[in-house]
Write a protein that binds this ligand. Structure first.
Ligand code: CMC
Length: 423
């Protein structure tokens, strides 16, 4: 069978045949047929906007791999910093490379005092931590001269390190501000997840990170590190394509992540479970979803039409965490919702399964994170994915400034009417 596609423009009878490679054919075929012809594809449902070698996702089969490595193996054997290296460099590090990388990230965790004293202190006392995080990431870039040197390899390397190392510091700082607690400085003797937990929770000197919670945090960071061309990563690429600095691009990506249909869903799941309130209310809630009165948050995915592999790992991690923290009372409602939904033709026919957010919120809540912090917890590791895509974008000779076309459906030309003559 030939691996080509032939498109005929019935208006002119002109035909173009182009190769299909990896299930993709070039849109230049349309340009060849007629340069004024465009494809209407809202939300890029059928459009590949780039070639990428970072993350492979097969939504039908429930497969997720970073640089070829199955997410299940990485979650079991790797650490977040090793995964970060893998995503950014393309291969797992040697032990020497890992120790240099860990040292470099660890020694960029501090932020300029003005970020805390002047910038963060300026927020209203009840500002949403994710709103603070988005603005703080953009502001961070203004502290570094080299931020705009995006064609200088050494400068880019430094900005990447800074962003990865400082996002946990910013995240913890936003939380401590929101509850009126003094800011904890990073502790560079701790691992990446333990340092974050310490900056979040330490009050006095006797705080010790529980190793189960440290590992759970690391696994959650691994699972959230990248997810190919999702809304936030697309925002990173679109803004990055104008050659904006990586801090501004990452702030745009974080803004996209903030939305409840994207990274905000874990927060929405916990709110939903609280509203449901008890197991016996689950059938009535499912009926209301089916009647179109709302969505079952944490269910469904644009790409996964099978169980989200991250949800399977997170569900297991939740039980490990509950051994330490005690069971989250919302777990029973979540399990019942999953059971009822997966047996209901409405969800089965639409291939709606639990996604990464269905159980992650329960873990975060059991670990005492307020729901407002959930999306921030997603943004910390996803910064690595954004940066890996940003690097790939800058190195890709096919890329130019992002500029989609539109299907104009507005009025034809008409003459300006003076205000006195308007009805
Ligand atoms: N509850 C009830 N019905 C749903 C849901 C849901 N969670 N998700 C999709 N549907 C229905 C939808 O009403 C539509 O039905 P119909 O064909 O009768 O109109 C059908 O399923 C297809 O939905 P869609 O909105 O066209 O699907 P999409 O691919 O555009 O949306 C989604 C994907 C994730 C936005 C959506 O499933 C959703 O809103 N889920 C809840 C929010 C959520 O959990 N988001 C986290 C996504 S995973 C984290 C991340 O990667 O950001």
């Amino acid at each position: 069978m030939p691996e080509t596609i032939t498109i005929t423009d019935d208006r002119s009878g002109k035909t173009v045949t182009v190769p299909i490679e990896g299930g993709v054919f070039p849109a230049s075929a349309i340009r060849e047929l007629d340069p004024s012809l465009f494809v209407y594809d809202p939300a890029y449902m059928q459009t590949a906007s780039c070639r990428s070698s970072i993350t492979y996702l097969d939504g039908g089969a429930g497969i997720l791999r970073y640089r070829g490595y199955p997410i299940e193996q990485l979650a079991e054997h790797s650490s977040f910093l090793e995964v970060a290296y893998l995503l950014l460099h393309g291969d797992l590090p040697t032990s020497e490379q890992l120790s240099t990388w860990t040292h470099d990230v660890t020694h960029h965790t501090f932020i300029h005092e003005n970020m805390r004293k002047r910038f963060v202190d300026g927020f209203h006392y009840d500002a949403h931590p994710m709103g603070m995080f988005v603005s703080a990431v953009a502001a961070l870039g203004t502290f570094y001269d080299g931020a705009k040197e995006i064609h200088d390899e050494e400068s880019c390397r430094k900005q990447v390190l800074r962003l990865i190392a400082k996002t946990p510091t910013i995240a913890a700082m936003c939380y401590r501000f929101s509850v009126g607690l003094p800011f904890n400085y990073p502790d560079n003797d701790l691992s990446f997840p333990a340092n974050f937990l310490s900056m979040m929770w330490k009050v006095g000197d006797d705080y010790h990170v529980d190793p189960v919670l440290e590992r759970a945090m690391d696994i959650l960071f691994i699972l959230h590190a990248d997810h190919e061309q999702n809304c936030g990563t697309t925002a990173m690429r679109v803004v990055g394509s104008s050659h904006a600095d990586p801090y501004s691009s990452a702030a745009a990506a974080a803004s996209a992540l903030y939305g409840p249909l994207h990274g905000g869903a874990n927060e929405a799941v916990v709110r939903m479970l609280n509203e449901i309130g008890s197991i016996d209310q689950v059938p009535a809630f499912i009926d209301s979803v089916k009647a179109g009165e709302g969505r079952l948050m944490g269910f469904g995915h644009r790409v996964y039409k099978n169980y989200d592999p991250r949800a399977t790992i997170i569900k297991k991690t939740a039980y490990d965490v509950f051994e330490v923290t005690g069971k989250n009372p919302l777990l029973d409602i979540a399990l019942k919702l999953e059971e009822v939904a997966l047996a209901d033709p409405y969800f089965v026919d639409r291939k709606l399964y639990p996604n990464v957010d269905f159980y992650s919120g329960l873990i975060y809540q059991a670990m005492n994170f307020p729901v407002d912090m959930f999306t921030v917890l997603f943004a910390i590791p996803r910064t690595v994915g954004w940066l890996a895509h940003w690097q790939e974008l800058l190195a890709d000779g096919d890329q130019r400034i992002s500029r989609p076309r539109q299907w104009y459906v507005g009025p034809e030309e008409r003459d300006y009417t003076p205000i006195s003559a308007r009805s």
